[in-house]
Ligand binder design. Structure first.
Ligand code: SAM
Length: 270
């Protein structure tokens, strides 16, 4: 991707800037989000405002988190503070819990996310799941396929398990490169994520679950007996009813939770 001038702004590769320019696609995304007046919503990376404008129109007020100072200056010129609250900085470090969402008005998070930080941003956002109603994102299709992948498939891995543990997720539709300026090299997809109720999550120690999942997928070709050596011995595999000769990709999210709770109960891997 070359640096590319759009609407008087030079798109910055380091900030993953591909701006939506197809009005039909923009309308489809906004319809999929279904913003309602008075909702608390934050858009990550508003850019030149392709989604920002129709969101403000429907909501009345929107929060945005943007890292690029030139784009922030443009947003300040275009929107009144009563319509738009601009949070200047890195979404990876932003405290999404600071936006005043509560049980009555849980937070909705949306964005055409910068692809170069998709995985870290998804893990960062997962930390705020308790305050969130839903999230609708555009991401590289390949990443969305990994997020929603089923056990036993090639795409199934750490990202699938850790997100499916916490969210109900669905791929909504694909967006071709031609819908952006400049056009990215890859297909994109829209994904919706809704946090599961806390009582459905089930892991007693989520940090331990994270370490187990990371270990299980660290060396994909190796069996659980090898990858989970630090956590489980033959007796544990037998107690859990799991075949130590399987690879991590065969296990369902519930299997990983059972392993983590078994280890927590035995004081392992803590
Ligand atoms: N929403 C716009 C659209 O759809 O046309 C822009 C999308 S563009 C793919 C990603 C946007 O995220 C850019 O505006 C970019 O400056 C911003 N961005 C990149 N990295 C960021 C970060 N770490 N924190 C906040 N915003 C970031």
């Amino acid at each position: 991707m070359q640096d590319f001038e759009t609407d008087g702004h030079r798109a910055r590769k380091r900030f993953g800037q591909n701006f939506l320019s197809d009005p039909n696609i923009i309308r489809r995304i906004i319809d999929a989000i279904r913003p309602q007046p008075g909702e608390t919503m934050v858009e990550i990376g508003p850019g030149l405002g392709a989604m920002t404008a129709p969101l403000i129109e429907r909501l009345g007020h929107l929060h945005v988190v943007e890292i690029d100072r030139d784009l922030i200056a443009r947003l300040r010129e275009t929107y009144a503070p009563a319509q738009l609250t601009i949070h200047e900085g890195d979404a990876l470090k932003f405290d999404f819990g600071s936006l005043g969402a509560d049980a009555a008005r849980p937070l909705r998070i949306v964005g055409n996310l910068p692809y170069n930080i998709s995985t870290p941003i998804l893990f960062h956002l997962a930390e705020f799941a308790a305050q969130v109603k839903d999230m609708t994102f555009m991401l590289q299709k390949e990443v969305v396929m990994r997020m929603v992948a089923a056990p036993g498939t090639e795409e199934y891995g750490r990202l699938s398990v850790m997100l499916q543990y916490r969210f109900r997720m669905g791929r909504m539709f694909d967006v071709p490169p031609g819908a952006f300026r400049p056009a990215p090299k890859v297909m994109s997809s829209i994904v919706r994520m809704a946090p599961l109720p806390p009582e459905q999550l089930g892991a007693q120690d989520e940090a331990l679950l994270g370490r187990i999942v990371t270990a299980a997928f660290g060396q994909r070709r190796k069996t659980l007996k090898n990858t989970l050596r630090e956590f489980l011995d033959d007796t544990d595999f037998a107690a859990l009813g799991l075949d130590a000769g399987l690879r991590g990709e065969r296990l369902a999210v519930a299997d990983f939770v059972a392993i983590a709770n078994h280890c927590a109960a035995r004081g392992r891997g803590g």
